[in-house]
Ligand binder design. Structure first.
Ligand SMILES: Nc1ncnc2c1ncn2[C@@H]1O[C@H](COP(=O)(O)OP(=O)(O)OP(=O)(O)O)[C@@H](O)[C@H]1O
Length: 770
């Protein structure tokens, strides 16, 4: 750089800083105004609340006058209005506080086609206008901001709600701002320059994920701003920013459809609750509310409070033999979904299973009678309204029964034995009057019968007389008659065993993941339950761990939503899929012209050395390109015994601590993690063991099992016990998932011979230490 250009740059920086200071000052003014506004609203709220109390005090006893009722209604409306306005101001205030520290991170100079003058815009976390509605900062999600992420210099286009717009872009500048001070700026030619990205990626990991607004990459921008696809399928290498991109996408959608889309109409399915906790700050930091977040299991299991569903660890540690594998494959395919859908149609004619309705321990309406009623409705009825009509009939029968019961002996006896207190409890009012004794007796009899029959009433209304498990079992038994199981590698006996196992676990109040979705799907079909029509966007992260059946079921549950599915086919640790089948199966649920597939191949999380290493683990993987960030070669510790290996791990922990790296030691199973944690404790080394997804990530060294490491990242990772035969040949993807969690340092610890899955990594990609 010549002296002259250096001086120019210094001047330029001063000018930009002066501009930034000016913007900050205006933001602060705006904050003051908002604060005043909030104070007034708070005062108003107090006044209205006091008035409320006065009205309540003015009411005599139970009665309430028309005037008072009206007044309460008006007060309530005012209260809601004020509250809303206060909430909005508070939210905006929060955003301004963030803008004040870092008002913008980019600048664009351009000329719109057909416009006489050049324009300069600044881009930040949120829009900010001055008194004259002049934009001082543009929201990163505004249409024009798109060219910051997308375009090169020169002629570029961007999408606006009215169509494509062309501009001539002269300057693209990025700022590194800290606490209101411009630390550096870069003028870039291409999309977001490497320099800025390098600065960001060199940073340390944390227990909570960070947003990436300043450095969104062109490919990621495509995902974020897609508004046309019904299915947006993103295949991305480990660390390519899939999760980051979807969180930005949610923020974008909430901005783009402000007023018609709320955060409760967006749901995200994530791999485990630990991960939910990890990402929970990203949206609020962008000034948006979090979407609905859950795991697929939570989504279903909440409907079966009395059954316990197989845990992640059980699911992960189940040994799968060939028979199990074939059955698992069969029951998780779309074909099985279709078989079940067709089977439900047969139930329209016959075969629906019911349970007896009992009263005081005796059968009151037998299941055969219910079945007769159910099938007495003609073919114009479908399963759902057939059931509704049956409920109506059963309730009528219940009413008739009530009439009969009122005259029965046990009721008369109960009335005679009522003491004063019990009587009072049954009357509507303390001084209730009756024409004569007969009327009083009738009244009491009705009350007593109603109370005792309450349970039966609920039983009917809540459809408990439907034998859901019986119906599902009948279905399982019918399967061999519907399809040729032999052709699918399943013998008659194996299927029978699968069926009996369902019954066995059901009787001990358990259900496997394989049975859970079909079980609930059948329930939905039989009860005619529609999906959640109001849900507009569904995001599914780590899609490779879902079965096609589960995807088809989700589509049924959220029929009107647009779907974004993200995953890495290299990381299928539960389904162990190794091909594109899932993608094609997911696509088969949507029209081809509504589907878009995006590939993210650059891995941003790890250094080039770590990515080269992890890439070599996969023999037949998806494309991965390392980002050019340099670091140490991964190191491999070979030990002859567990105690030696432990010592090596402790040495590495010391080195990592010195470099201020947070280390995660990842073991294959929960048992391994538990054991290692104990060993460390015995040696006086502090670490936190994460055993369940319901825990939170802690700072400092953590020890966790591989199936909980999904989606997370750490400065340093030590892979514990990567010894021979620890991992099977089909667990390549698991080993890859573990190793690819490391950002800056990867260490492999092996006892005895090294895992055959790692032996294939060329020696130039790591250093070996005894
Ligand atoms: N455009 C970007 N700018 C800055 N950082 C980025 C960008 N994209 C990704 N990153 C960083 O890369 C890391 C990995 O991102 P993320 O977790 O979103 O990837 P992923 O594809 O979901 O990974 P995995 O499938 O392995 O869980 C994160 O630290 C994220 O902040």
């Amino acid at each position: 750089m010549t002296d002259k250009s250096k001086i120019n740059e210094l001047d330029e920086k001063k000018i930009e800083q002066a501009h930034l200071d000016d913007v900050v000052e205006k933001i602060k003014k705006s904050e003051d105004q908002l604060q005043e506004h909030m104070n007034v609203a708070e005062e108003d709220l107090k006044v209205i609340n006091n008035a409320f109390d006065d009205i309540h005090l003015g009411m005599d006893g139970d009665s309430i006058s028309m005037d008072a009722a009206l007044s309460i209604h008006q007060q309530q409306q005012m209260l809601d209005e004020r509250n809303n306005s206060w909430q909005q101001s508070k939210q905006r205030y929060g955003i301004l506080k963030k803008l004040e520290k870092n008002p913008f991170f980019a600048r664009l100079d351009f000329q719109e086609k057909g416009e006489p003058r050049e324009e300069t815009v600044y881009i930040g976390l949120s829009s900010f206008t001055d008194k004259n509605d002049h934009f001082l900062v543009y929201d990163w999600r505004a249409p024009i901001s798109s060219i910051y992420y997308d375009g090169k210099l020169g002629k570029v286009t961007y999408m606006t709600p009215d169509g494509e717009q062309e501009v001539n872009l002269f300057l693209k500048r990025q700022f590194l701002v800290e606490d209101g001070k411009i630390k550096a700026y870069f003028d870039t030619q291409e999309t977001i320059g490497d320099q800025m990205l390098l600065e960001v990626l060199d940073g340390k990991s944390s227990t909570h994920m960070k947003g990436i607004v300043k450095t969104i990459q062109k490919e990621q921008n495509k995902i974020i701003r897609d508004t046309t696809s019904k299915l947006l399928f993103v295949q991305g290498a480990a660390g390519s920013g899939k999760t980051s991109a979807i969180l930005q996408r949610i923020a974008y959608l909430l901005y783009r459809y402000r007023g018609t889309l709320t955060s409760s109409q967006v749901v995200m399915f994530s791999p485990n609750s630990l991960f939910n906790d990890y990402i929970k700050d990203v949206l609020p930091e962008m000034g948006e509310q979090n979407m609905v977040q859950m795991t697929y299991k939570q989504f279903l299991a909440r409907r079966l409070p009395n059954l316990s569903v197989e845990s992640l660890s059980q699911q992960f540690e189940t040994v799968v033999d060939t028979a199990n594998k074939n059955i698992s494959k069969f029951v998780s395919d779309i074909e099985f979904f279709n078989i079940l859908t067709n089977y439900s149609k047969l139930l329209d004619q016959s075969g629906m299973a019911f349970k007896n309705i009992k009263f005081q321990g005796k059968v009151f309406i037998p299941k055969e009678k219910i079945q007769e009623i159910y099938y007495s409705y003609g073919p114009q009825y479908n399963l759902g309204n057939r059931l509704d009509a049956t409920v109506d009939r059963l309730i009528k029968m219940l009413h008739r029964k009530m009439g009969a019961e009122m005259r029965s002996n046990w009721v008369s006896e109960r009335i005679e034995n009522l003491d004063k207190e019990q009587l009072q409890a049954l009357y509507n009012a303390a001084d209730q009057e009756f024409k004569n004794g007969d009327e009083e007796k009738k009244f009491l009899a009705r009350k007593i019968v109603a109370v005792t029959m309450q349970g039966v009433y609920k039983y009917i209304k809540h459809l408990r007389f439907l034998n859901v498990a019986g119906n599902y079992l009948n279905f399982l038994k019918a399967v061999p008659k519907i399809v040729d199981l032999e052709q699918r590698g399943i013998t008659k006996e194996q299927w029978e065993e699968y069926t009996t196992n369902f019954v066995k676990s059901f009787n001990s109040k358990q259900i496997s993941m394989n049975n859970l979705s079909p079980y609930l799907y059948l329930y939905d079909l039989v009860t005619g339950k529609h999906g959640e029509l109001d849900m507009k966007f569904v995001f599914i992260d780590e899609i490779q761990d879902y079965t096609p059946f589960q995807l088809a079921y989700m589509k049924y549950k959220f029929p009107r939503a647009r779907y974004t599915m993200l995953g890495d086919l290299n990381q299928s640790i539960f389904t162990k899929k190794n091909s594109q089948t899932l993608l094609s199966e997911a696509q088969s649920l949507f029209e081809a012209d509504e589907t878009r597939v995006v590939q993210l191949v650059h891995s941003y999380r790890s250094t080039k050395q770590i990515t080269d290493f992890t890439k070599a683990i996969l023999t037949n993987g998806q494309k991965i390109e390392p980002f050019n960030r340099e670091g140490d070669l991964p190191n491999l510790f070979m030990a002859d015994s567990e105690s030696e290996s432990l010592k090596q791990v402790m040495t590495q922990l010391k080195v990592n601590d010195k470099r201020k790296f947070t280390t995660a030691i990842i073991a294959k199973t929960l048992e391994d993690a538990d054991h290692l944690h104990e060993l460390l404790e015995e040696k006086g080394v502090k670490s936190t063991l994460i055993r369940s997804e319901n825990q939170r990530l802690a700072t400092g060294t953590i020890v966790l099992p591989s199936f909980l490491a999904k989606g997370l990242e750490f400065d340093a990772v030590i892979m514990w016990d990567a010894s021979k035969d620890k991992f099977d040949e089909d667990e390549q993807q698991l080993v890859y998932t573990i190793a690819s969690r490391a950002m800056h340092k990867l260490t492999i610890a092996s006892i005895g011979e090294l895992s055959q899955l790692l032996q294939r990594v060329p020696e130039k990609f790591y250093t070996r230490e005894k």
